[in-house]
Design a protein around this ligand. Structure first.
Ligand code: ZN
Length: 106
């Protein structure tokens, strides 16, 4: 199935603690149907310093944890509204389509 949500999309979070937040999609985990959204679902991890390897420092680090793709809605790049995504084939290419304004985009 083609991806409704892609990296660099703007999305609206519609469920969970961060409901109402918007952000850019940083990563898509296709196998798990999850996405990582900038500034959304921040979790803290207590990290031990590691003398070897990548020179990790200890302390509390914060990072975005993945959220399920069904908990976000694409914000249409054309009309700027949260929308469901459809697909249309144009000139042999499968494009995404905003269900609200019918605009198509990659
Ligand atoms: Zn639209």
């Amino acid at each position: 199935m083609a991806a409704k949500i892609k990296r660099k999309d703007r999305v609206l979070v519609i469920a969970g603690d961060d409901r109402g937040a918007q952000g850019e999609v940083l990563r898509v985990l296709r196998k798990e149907n999850r996405v990582v959204v900038a500034g959304v679902n921040i979790v803290k991890k207590h990290q031990r310093p590691r003398p070897t390897g990548r020179g990790q420092v200890g302390g509390i680090i914060e990072f975005e944890a993945p959220i399920h793709i069904s908990n976000v809605m694409l914000i249409c790049p054309k009309c700027n509204r949260p929308t469901r995504v459809g697909f249309v084939v144009e000139g042999g290419r499968k494009l995404r389509q905003c269900k609200k304004c019918q605009a198509t985009f990659v």
